[in-house]
Ligand binder design. Structure first.
Ligand code: SF4
Length: 786
């Protein structure tokens, strides 16, 4: 039987839901989660056994399938060595490392859906021939050699359970709880269903996550009439927490001030980051706080070692091993123990690889890259932690340890722009592949994983909690905003004293500069971002202009994407995947004319361009099909003294819609930033475009995540006419739109006035984010240069 246990508060799940299960086996996705569950259970549930999914799998395989699987089982690093050895014999036209990597990752992904050749072949029809061939050949090799990887083990176990051929003394009717999983692949879903034939399978899920399911989510694949649902507790009441803000880069200082006022009380600091590392934890003022952060202690030594051996001219494996021996002695003399460990690991990898084939007596650069990847998988996982004879009053945790946060302590939940957004991005396939795969098994969905994370955060926060948020993050990141909209926030002040003010060296204007005209939106924006950056770029013309021969830069990729949208919409009236692929291939070929880019990278670019332009093209074709709308691209600004080109203009008898395409959401301003002219691009176009007394509409279209696109409408009629376009957020600023536009005009005129009259250009960035992306951040006066 399969039981979905719906809960709202973790405490209730443990105290009411899990406590009622006798002799339960709790299966966790990772050792860390298993530890947390053990700590939470403590001595309360003595008859409960907590284990990781890999241990569970291993135990069950040995009982149900025997030694055959364990003997033929290969982990990821073994598979890498084996398949890379066979890769060169597949007869591919260009068996590069990049192509291997792509095929290898695709293989692992697709095998999580099915082991069937037919399924893989159908999914691979949507990929480049070289990728499809490389991937299917690797899959066939694994099957021919009867190799078991993680997914084949799941499917094999499911098959045995379904067949009924199980040992007579095999225990059944067990209570097996799968706890802490945010996603299960098709092979895992299949396994759970197979177990539910004889055992009592329990899957605890937040109620709100369950209520937000779509048909292709993993939980929907488990759901059926036979599945029992059990409600553990009532809906969580709305909570109330305190909130305070801090300026960027002042998290540590701000925390210090708050902690000083709480001496003696137990406090847990929760960093709002999904991938915490030691550097991020340091932002939270580590002294006298308990923390644990994973660190890769060998990464620098592995890099050094691989660079050293890559520079050496070895032809044979024996020569490489001799060199490793020589390096070992050198490191022994230098007492560099971490380097010795890295060399030892590499020796093991090389020896293991050598035994795989007689051809492995010679070593190529391809093999060295595989060794490096294998080494990073085999490197020991260690954590840094703080030690003290005294008890810690302050503990630092991250989003990964939310279940471990103590309810009794007071909590400070920190959000800074340096942390990851709560909604991650997932690898997406083209629409055709997604459509096909979604009929075979579940697909991961960023939105569902975000909802799961939001529920965990809301579960932990209570009246003893303070949200400490960097200024402006809630305006810029809609996901954080949505999360904190679910609680009542009570503002509390957090004053910090800054005794020291630094004045950075301003750069004087040379008398030779008469005017900076003509003005473009980028030029004015650069001045708004930082006057000194502006002067370096447009005055002294220091801005480096470099292009890479072996890759495409974001700007170059952006140009091909824009051109793809423009050419498709101008030349076709209906959408066809084939025509789209052909056009992308043609334009990409032109863009790569003078470059030397590998086939695998070209295939990646092709997919990216295709994926990022598909929805925009379909939407624009839909609009264009109505005679009311006229769509034009790359429209230049004709006004004297100004320069620029608008990506797309959509005109109706009553509206002018100015559209700018962005590759990612990072360059789209928040609503507040838009209204306060932090980013002026669309306002600038509006100001210098022939409006013909029509309603103005301005829109940023985010090609990688359409739902992040933002459209502004000065009239509700226009908003209605463009309803649903691009699936974007439509914001009406009907009230006061014209006043706001007038304000912009004044702002632009004043800024241009300042640009022309400034005699010195100060290092005054609008925000420290600007410095992060500035070409001069290693040399300007703020960074200690000049
Ligand atoms: S690094 Fe920052 S302060 Fe320096 S020029 Fe660039 S934006 Fe301005």
């Amino acid at each position: 039987m399969l039981r979905i246990m719906l809960f709202n508060q973790t405490d209730n799940l443990y105290e009411q839901g899990l406590a009622a299960l006798e002799n339960a086996k709790i299966v966790a996705p990772s050792p860390q989660t298993a530890d947390i569950i053990r700590r939470k259970i403590g001595h309360n549930l003595a008859d409960v056994d907590v284990l990781t999914i890999s241990k569970f799998l291993k135990d069950e395989l040995s009982v149900l399938v025997g030694d055959e699987v364990s003997q033929n089982y290969r982990g990821k690093s073994d598979l890498l060595l084996l398949l890379s050895t066979l890769w060169k014999k597949l007869g591919l036209e260009n068996p590069s490392y990049e192509l291997f990597q792509r095929c290898f990752h695709l293989l692992t992904d697709l095998r999580s859906f099915s082991m069937s050749d037919d399924v893989l072949e159908t999914a691979l029809e949507h990929f480049d021939d070289s990728i499809a061939l490389g991937t299917i050949r690797m899959h066939q090799i694994l099957n021919q050699l009867d190799i078991y990887d993680e997914h084949r083990s799941y499917f094999q176990l499911s098959e045995v359970l379904r067949s009924g051929e199980i040992p007579i003394d095999f225990k059944t009717e067990r209570n097996i709880v799968f706890l802490g999983f945010d996603f299960l692949s098709a092979s895992q879903v299949d396994l759970l269903r197979s177990y539910s034939i004889r055992d009592n399978i329990v899957l605890p899920v937040y109620q709100r996550v369950y209520e937000s399911l779509s048909d292709w989510d993993w939980l929907s694949w488990l759901d059926s009439d036979q599945v029992e649902k059990e409600y553990v507790d009532e809906e969580r009441p709305r909570k109330s927490i305190e909130i305070s803000t801090f300026p960027r880069n002042y998290l540590s200082k701000s925390l210090k001030g708050i902690l000083e006022k709480r001496i003696g009380s137990n406090t847990q600091i929760i960093l709002g980051d999904r991938h915490p590392n030691f550097e991020k934890l340091q932002q939270a003022n580590l002294s006298k706080a308990k923390f644990k952060a994973s660190v890769d202690i060998l990464s620098d030594k592995v890099n050094w070692l691989m660079e050293t051996v890559s520079d050496g001219e070895f032809e044979t494996t024996e020569e490489l091993l001799d060199e490793l021996e020589r390096l070992t002695w050198h490191c022994v003399e230098a007492q560099d123990f971490r380097a010795i460990k890295a060399i030892q690991l590499l020796k093991n990898v090389v020896n293991e690889w050598r035994e795989l084939s007689e051809d492995n007596e010679t070593v190529s650069q391809f093999d060295l890259k595989i060794f490096k990847e294998t080494l990073s998988l085999d490197s020991p996982r260690v954590s840094k932690t703080s030690l003290s004879m005294e008890k810690f009053n302050v503990e630092i945790k991250s989003l990964k340890e939310l279940e471990d946060v103590s309810r009794q302590s007071s909590k400070i939940f920190c959000v800074s722009s340096d942390f990851t957004s709560p909604k991650g991005s997932l690898t997406t396939y083209t629409e055709g592949v997604e459509k096909y795969l979604s009929s075979i098994g579940p697909l991961r969905r960023a939105e569902l994983e975000y909802i799961a994370l939001r529920e965990k955060v809301l579960d932990v926060l209570d009246e003893n909690s303070l949200a400490l948020i960097e200024d402006g993050v809630l305006d810029r990141d809609q996901n954080w905003k949505d999360l904190f909209d679910c609680v009542d926030l009570k503002d509390v002040s957090n004053t910090m004293s800054f005794e020291k003010e630094t004045v950075y060296h301003p750069v004087p204007k040379d008398k030779a500069f008469a005017s900076f005209s003509p003005f473009s939106s980028t030029k004015i924006q650069t001045y708004i971002d930082c006057p000194q950056k502006f002067f370096y770029k447009y005055g002294l013309k220091y801005s480096p202009d470099y292009t890479f021969k072996d890759r495409m830069q974001a700007l170059e990729l952006g140009r091909v994407q824009h051109k793809t949208i423009e050419d498709y919409v101008n030349n076709f009236s209906h959408y066809s995947e084939q025509d789209h692929w052909n056009l992308v291939g043609e334009l990409l070929l032109k863009a790569l004319d003078e470059k030397e880019v590998s086939l695998a990278a070209t295939a990646d670019y092709k997919h990216e361009i295709f994926n990022l332009t598909q929805v925009a093209i379909q939407e624009l074709l839909r609009i264009k099909s109505s005679s009311e709308f006229v769509v034009k691209f790359e429209q230049g600004i004709g006004q004297k003294g100004f320069r620029g080109s608008i990506d797309c203009v959509i005109e109706t008898p009553d509206d002018i819609f100015l559209v700018d395409f962005k590759r990612g959401k990072g360059s789209i301003p928040s609503q507040k930033g838009f209204k306060s002219f932090e980013k002026i691009q669309l306002w600038f176009y509006a100001n210098h475009w022939e409006r013909k007394s029509k309603n103005l509409c301005l829109g940023y279209i985010c090609l990688s995540e359409m739902e992040e696109s933002t459209l502004y409408f000065g009239s509700s009629d226009s908003k209605e006419r463009f309803k649903g376009i691009f699936g974007a957020k439509a914001i009406s600023i009907e009230k006061g739109f014209e006043e706001l536009f007038d304000k912009y005009k004044e702002f632009e005129a004043q800024t241009i006035g300042r640009i022309e009259s400034d005699q010195v250009f100060r290092a005054e960035p609008q925000s420290s984010n600007v410095c992060g992306f500035c070409d001069f951040n290693k040399t300007c006066s703020r960074a200690g240069g000049f």
